[in-house]
Design a protein around this ligand. Structure first.
Ligand code: NAD
Length: 308
């Protein structure tokens, strides 16, 4: 059997935010090893977002030592335009943005300060808006672009002490869903990665044996594929860990009609009566678009108009 052709990124310019450590470092090294010119962005903050250091340099040096092309950028992700400018100044274009930088400020909800809330929302959600928006005009003009946003199972399922983080991470899913629609006609694709990996963000919460197996390098190929020009996936949530990947969907029950006809009212008692049908997930389905949801509402309206 013929070996598959290697997926390359020659001539492509890739920005990876928070690439000085953990997942971002693994992404940057893989993209560079496949021919991409990489902007290694990292402020070098602590896991709580304090301080700064030149960790990006270490990754850039590693890439250059391996014969690759990379430059460092030390701006905070909140200064998205400066990071994109680094790509344009150094390499003349930008093709891929991997929004990866992140920090934690875990507190139970009753103790969470507005500062903890704002900081996490800024670094995760607003920064993805800023970096991606600065790259967007280049993507539209060249009719090619790939965007990754990084969510978390904490966002999809919730996690004690992470009201700020989980809400920002779910906000990123909403951002990606709309960018996928706005970019589709111009071959600009946006997908969500939901990683579980060994890093300083997870070192004190996972059992050591399991932690050992969660290598960021096992997730990087999934991100690389999503960013390749051959990959047509758009607007999807892809979860990955341990050398495994899967797609995640929102699903909705088929629900129940709560009134017989146009003249009848919906009361709380009817809702109570129908609750098991409303929440019965046995025939739940996924909707591909807001248009599909509206289409189903139109069918429900017809049923109500005709007395079911
Ligand atoms: P990490 O701490 O190893 O790496 C994050 C990097 O982001 C650090 O090098 C840090 O200096 C950098 N950074 C922080 N604030 C920055 C800023 N303002 N500007 C630029 N760089 C900044 O963490 P990681 O585990 O590799 O996490 C990467 C991403 O994956 C994060 O968005 C995180 O929320 C997400 N995530 C990780 C896991 C996991 O299991 N590790 C799970 C779900 C989501």
């Amino acid at each position: 059997m013929r070996a598959p052709e290697q997926l390359r990124f020659d001539g492509r310019v890739v920005i990876v935010t928070g690439a000085g450590a953990g997942l971002g470092r693994a992404y940057a090294l893989l993209f560079a090893s496949r021919g991409a010119s990489v902007v290694v962005n990292d402020l070098g903050a602590s896991r709580h977002g304090d301080g700064s250091s030149k960790v990006a340099d270490t990754v850039v040096n590693e890439i250059i030592k391996n014969g690759g092309k990379a430059v460092a950028n030390y701006d905070s992700v909140i200064d998205g335009a400066k990071i994109v400018k680094t790509a344009i100044d150094a390499f003349g274009r930008v093709d891929v943005v991997v929004n990866n930088a992140g920090i934690l400020r875990d507190k139970s909800f009753s103790k969470m300060s507005e500062t903890d809330w704002d900081l996490i929302h800024n670094i995760h959600l607003k920064a993805a808006f800023k970096v991606t928006q600065a790259a967007w005009p280049y993507f539209l003009k060249q009719k090619y672009g790939r965007v990754i946003v990084t969510s978390s199972n904490s966002g999809l399922y919730g996690n004690f002490g992470q009201a700020n983080y989980s809400s920002a991470k779910m906000g990123l899913v909403g951002l990606a869903s709309t960018l996928a629609i706005e970019g589709a006609q111009k071959n600009v694709h946006t997908n969500v990665i939901v990683p579980t990996a060994a890093s300083r963000l997870t070192e004190d919460i996972l059992p050591p044996d399991f932690f050992e197996q969660l290598k960021p390098e096992l997730i990087a190929p999934v991100v690389a594929w999503l960013c390749h020009e051959k990959c047509m996936e758009n607007g999807s949530i892809i979860e990955s860990a341990l050398g495994w990947a899967g797609k995640c969907h929102l699903i909705r029950s088929s629900g129940a009609i709560l009134r017989q006809d146009l003249s009848s009212n919906v009361t709380p008692e009817v809702v109570e009566d129908k609750w098991s049908a409303i929440t019965d997930m046995s025939s739940a389905k996924h909707f591909d678009s807001i248009g599909e949801v509206t289409g189903q509402f139109m069918e429900i309206a017809q049923k109500i108009n005709s007395g079911n």
